[in-house]
Design a protein around this ligand. Structure first.
Ligand code: LLP
Length: 427
C-alpha cells in the first residue's frame, strides 16, 4: 500500500482519504494513486544512486503507467523519462515534459516515430538493431539534427524472473548480442549523422537479486574496453535499464533501493578501475519500483459462490480487463476489505473477475474477513502495468483514476462509458 496508509475504525484510509468513501463518490472499479508515494519513490532512487555513484540519473519507464498528471510530478522531481513508442513520446511532449530528458526505446521503431523523435530533439535514441542504425542515420541526415544515441546490448545474463519479462538473454528480439555488438559500434561510428555516446541494457523486470545486474555490467564494460581499443571509442554513458523488484506478497519483501544502488555503484567503480576506463555517467530506468506501490485497485464484491468442500469464489466488478497480470504472468496479489479490514471471522476465498474466461482470477485462495456482496476489495501494488495493459474485452469500460494529494482526491481520468466503446467505429 502507499506509504501513508492506515486503518481507522476498521476502515482503510490512504493519505487521509477513506477508501470506501472514495468508491462511493467515484464508483468502482477505481484506481487511486498517492502522489506522496510517487514523489518519495523518485527521491529514494535519486538519492540512493547518486550517493553511491555521483554521476547518475533516474529515468521513469513510462510503460508502467503514463499520465499527464504523473509526468508533471516526474518533471518536478527531476526525473528523466523512458518511452517506447511514438504514442508515449507524444503524450510526454503534449504534457510539456522536457524532451532532452527522454530516452526513446523500441525494437521496431517506425520511420515516422524516429522522425518525430528527431523533430522533438529527444535526449537519447536507444538504437536496437543494424536496420535501425541505417534507417536512423538516413533520417537524421535528412532532418539535419544529429541525435545522441546509445546502442542496446543483450549481455546474455539470466535475470531469474518470469520468462515473459526476461529480456537480456542472447536469444532475444531486443538489442545486439555481444558477439555482434562491435560490428554495430563500427557501423554507428561510421555515420556522420549519429553521435554514439554509450551503451544500454535491460535484463528483465521484477528482479530480486543484484547479481544479474552486476554480471551484465561486467560484460558490457569489458565490451566497452574492447571497443575502446579497437575503435578508440570512449563510453560516456551507461544505461542499465530497469527491473528493480517490488513487494507484491506479504512474505516476499523486495530489496531496498539502497541495496541495488550499493552493489551497482561499487561494481561500476571497481570494474572501470580494473579496465582503466573513465567511469561513464549512469542512467537507470525503474518503472514498476516507482509506481506500483503508489497505485491501489478498488473493486466491489458481487456474486459469492460457495462450492461446498471445493472453493468459495468472490467475483468483483473488474478483473483481467484492468489487470491482466495474474492471467498473463501468474502474478500474485494480496487484498484487503477496505470497509472491514480486520475481523475474527475469516474465510478462504478466490477472487474472480467478471470476464468470460476461466483464467480471469485475480487472487487464488486468500484468507479474508468473511465477504458479503457490496464489500470493497482493495488490491495494493496495482500502480504498474495494470492500466497500461488494460482492454475493453467483453465490452469492459476501463476504470476511473483518482490522484490523492494531502488528503484531497481529484479525478485524473474519467471512467469509460458505453459510448466510448464504439467511438472509433463506423458502419
Ligand atoms: N527499461 C526498459 C528498456 C524496459 O524494457 C523496461 C521494462 C523498463 C526499463 C522498466 O522495467 P521495470 O523497472 O518496470 O521492471 N508487463 C510486465 C513488465 C514488462 C516490462 C517491460 N520492460 C509486467 O507486468 O510484469
Amino acid at each position: 500500500f502507499p506509504k501513508n496508509t492506515e486503518v481507522k475504525n476498521n476502515r482503510l484510509v490512504i493519505g487521509g482519504a477513506d477508501v470506501a468513501g472514495l468508491c462511493a463518490k467515484y464508483g468502482t472499479p477505481l484506481y487511486v494513486f498517492d502522489e506522496a508515494t510517487i514523489r518519495q519513490n523518485c527521491r529514494d532512487f535519486k538519492r540512493e544512486f547518486s550517493r553511491r555513484y555521483a554521476d547518475s540519473s533516474v529515468s521513469y519507464a513510462s510503460k508502467a503507467f503514463l499520465h499527464p498528471a504523473l509526468l508533471k510530478i516526474l518533471a518536478e522531481e527531476g526525473m528523466s523519462l523512458d518511452v517506447v513508442s511514438g504514442g508515449e513520446l507524444s503524450i510526454a511532449s503534449s504534457a510539456g515534459f522536457p524532451m532532452d530528458m527522454v530516452y526513446f526505446h523500441g525494437n521496431n521503431k517506425s520511420a515516422d516515430e524516429l522522425r518525430l523523435a528527431l523533430r522533438l530533439h529527444v535526449g537519447r535514441i536507444v538504437v536496437d538493431s543494424f536496420d535501425e542504425i541505417k534507417l536512423l542515420s538516413k533520417l537524421a541526415d535528412e532532418s539535419g539534427h544529429i541525435p545522441d544515441i546509445l546502442l542496446r546490448l543483450t549481455p546474455g545474463v539470466d535475470a531469474h524472473t518470469h520468462h515473459h519479462i526476461t529480456t537480456g538473454k542472447l536469444d532475444s528480439k531486443f538489442g545486439f548480442p555481444l558477439f555482434q555488438a562491435a560490428e554495430a559500434v563500427g557501423l554507428a561510428m561510421a555515420q556522420a549523422s549519429l553521435n554514439l555516446v554509450g551503451f544500454h541494457f535491460h535484463i528483465g523486470s521484477q528482479i530480486f537479486e543484484t547479481q544479474p545486474f552486476l554480471d551484465a555490467i561486467d560484460l558490457v564494460l569489458e565490451f566497452a574496453a574492447q571497443v575502446q581499443e579497437r575503435y578508440g571509442f570512449d563510453i560516456e554513458e551507461l544505461d542499465i535499464g530497469g527491473g528493480y523488484g517490488v513487494q507484491y506478497e506479504v512474505d516476499k519483501p523486495a530489496p531496498q533501493v539502497s541495496v541495488y544502488a550499493e552493489a551497482i555503484g561499487a561494481k561500476i567503480v571497481s570494474k572501470c578501475h580494473s579496465l582503466k576506463l573513465t567511469p561513464p555517467s549512469l542512467n537507470i530506468e525503474p518503472g514498476r519500483a516507482v509506481i506500483a506501490q503508489a497505485g491501489v485497485a478498488l473493486y466491489t464484491v458481487g456474486v459469492i459462490k460457495d462450492i461446498p468442500g471445493i472453493r468459495v469464489y468472490a467475483s468483483v466488478d473488474g478483473g483481467m480487463g484492468d489487470n491482466i497480470r495474474p492471467a498473463l504472468y501468474e502474478a500474485k496479489y494480496e487484498a484487503v476489505v477496505a470497509n472491514n479490514v480486520q475481523s475474527s471471522e475469516k474465510q478462504k476465498v478466490t477472487v474472480a473477475g467478471k470476464f468470460c474466461e476461466s483464467g480471469d482470477i485475480l487472487i487464488t485462495d486468500i484468507e479474508l474477513p468473511v465477504l458479503k456482496t457490496g464489500d470493497i476489495l482493495a488490491v495494493p501494488c496495482c500502480g504498474a502495468y495494470c492500466l497500461p495493459m488494460s482492454s475493453n474485452y467483453n465490452g469492459y469500460q476501463r476504470p476511473a483514476v483518482v490522484m490523492l494529494k494531502n488528503g484531497e482526491d481529484r479525478l485524473i481520468r474519467r471512467r469509460e462509458t458505453v459510448e466510448d466503446l464504439s467511438r472509433l467505429d463506423s458502419v
